[in-house]
Design a protein around this ligand. Structure first.
Ligand code: NAD
Ligand code: UDP
Length: 320
C-alpha cells in the first residue's frame, strides 16, 4: 500500500560522499529517491548497495543543464567539495554552483516545491570573526585559487534568496562545515581522508603549514540529521544556518588523533600551506540548536574510528 507521507525526492550529487548517505537515509524513511549525478567526484560504489531498492533511481546528468522531471522536494548537493577536485576545473566548479543553482531553482519554481542548498563555511572565507555566526558576511578573496568554490557558493546563496524574495520559493540554505566519515573519496586530498590513508599505509602524515590552523569536524550521520531537520523545518525558516561540530581542533591535533588508534608508524612532516588556507574555522550553532533542535552527538574519536574501519576495509578489498 502506498505510504501517503512518502515523497519523491531529488538529491543532486547523490553519488558523492554526503549525497550517498542522504539518499540512504531518505530511502530508509520510506521516500522515493532520484539521485542525479554526473559522476565527476561521485562513485558508483557509494550507491551500489541502493540500486536494488525499487524506490531508488539514478540519472547521469550534469546540473549545469536544465532538467525536466517531477519531484516533491530537492536537496541540491552537486558540486565537488575537496580543494583538489574543485580547483582541477575551476570554471566548471563555478558553473556547477551558479548554473546548477539556476537550473535547480527553476525546476523548484515550476513545480512549486521546497529546495535545500548545500552551502558551505567557505562563504566566510578566512574569517576575522570567531566562531562564525550566520550574521557574519565573510572575508573572501574573489580572485584566488579557492574563489571558484567560495564565490560560486556565495552566488548560489544570492540566487536562493532572490528566488525566495522575487518568486516566493520555499528555500533552505545550510552552511556546512568540515564533515567526514565513511565513503569520503580516499584520494580527494581532504585532511581526514589524507591523514587516515597515510596512517594506514605507514606513509608520512602531511601537515600543511605548522598545523596550527583549526577546523571543526562533524561526523556525517550528524550532518545528515541536520540537513533533514532543516528541510522539514517550518517554511518561514530559510536559514542560512550553520551545520557543523563546534569542537575545534588544530590540524596537528587531528594528525595525532589519527596516528594513535591506527597504531601507525607514520611520521608527521610539515609541507607548505596552500594559498588562502583559512587559519581558523568553528561554527556558532546557536541558530541550529534553537530552530532545528539540532546539535552533533558523535565525538571525533568515535567518528574517526568508524572512518578508519571504512578505509581499512577498502584497502583490504583492493588487495583481494
Ligand atoms: P563530493 O565531491 O563527494 O560530492 C559531490 C557530488 O556532486 C559528486 O557525486 C559529483 O559527481 C557531483 N557533481 C559535481 N558536479 C556535478 C554536476 N555539474 N552535475 C551533477 N553532479 C555533479 O562532495 P561532498 O563532500 O559529498 O559534498 C556535497 C555537497 O556538500 C557539496 O555541494 C559541497 O559543497 C557541500 N559541502 C560539503 C562539505 C564537506 O565537508 N563534505 C562541507 C561544506 C559543504
Ligand atoms: N591539510 C593538511 N594536510 C593534508 C590535507 C589538508 O594539513 O594532507 C590541511 C589544509 O591545509 C587545511 C585543513 O587541513 O588547513 C583542512 O583541509 P581540507 O582540504 O580538508 O578542507 P578545507 O577546510 O581547507 O576546505
Amino acid at each position: 500500500m502506498k505510504n501517503y507521507s512518502s515523497k519523491r525526492i531529488l538529491v543532486t550529487g547523490g553519488s558523492g560522499f554526503l549525497g550517498s548517505h542522504l539518499c540512504e537515509r531518505l530511502l530508509n524513511e520510506g521516500h522515493e529517491v532520484l539521485c542525479v549525478d554526473n559522476f565527476y567526484t561521485g562513485r558508483r560504489s557509494n550507491i551500489a548497495h541502493l540500486i536494488a531498492n525499487p524506490l531508488f533511481e539514478v540519472l547521469r546528468h550534469d546540473i549545469c543543464f536544465p532538467l525536466y522531471i517531477e519531484v516533491d522536494e530537492i536537496y541540491n548537493l552537486a558540486c565537488p567539495a575537496s580543494p583538489i577536485h574543485y580547483q582541477f576545473d575551476p570554471v566548471q566548479t563555478t558553473k556547477t554552483s551558479v548554473h546548477g543553482a539556476i537550473n535547480m531553482l527553476g525546476l523548484a519554481k515550476r513545480l512549486k516545491i521546497k529546495i535545500l542548498q548545500a552551502s558551505t563555511s567557505e562563504v566566510y572565507g578566512d574569517p576575522t570573526v570567531h566562531p562564525q555566526t550566520e550574521a557574519y558576511w565573510g572575508n573572501v578573496n574573489p580572485i584566488g585559487f579557492r574563489s571558484c568554490y567560495d564565490e560560486g557558493k556565495r552566488c548560489a546563496e544570492t540566487l536562493f534568496f532572490d528566488y525566495w524574495r522575487q518568486h516566493k520559493l520555499k528555500i533552505k540554505v545550510a552552511r556546512i562545515f568540515n564533515t567526514y566519515g565513511p565513503k569520503m573519496h580516499p584520494n580527494d586530498g581532504r585532511v581526514v581522508s589524507n591523514f587516515i590513508m597515510q596512517a594506514l599505509r605507514n606513509e608520512d602524515i602531511t601537515v600543511y603549514g605548522d598545523g596550527s590552523q583549526t577546523r571543526s569536524f562533524c561526523y556525517v550521520d550528524d550532518l545528515i540529521d541536520g540537513l533533514i531537520k532543516l528541510m522539514n523545518s517550518p517554511d518561514d525558516f530559510t536559514g542560512p544556518v550553520n551545520l557543523g561540530n563546534p569542537t575545534e581542533f588544530t590540524i596537528l591535533e587531528l594528525a595525532r588523533k589519527v596516528i594513535e588508534p591506527t597504531g601507525s608508524k607514520s611520521k608527521i612532516v610539515f609541507n607548505p600551506l596552500p594559498p588562502d588556507d583559512p587559519t581558523q574555522r568553528q561554527p556558532d550553532i546557536t541558530l541550529a540548536k534553537e530552530k532545528l533542535n539540532w546539535q552533533p552527538t558523535v565525538p571525533l574519536n568515535d567518528g574517526l574510528k568508524n572512518t578508519i574501519e571504512y578505509f581499512e576495509s577498502m584497502i583490504e578489498n583492493e588487495k583481494k
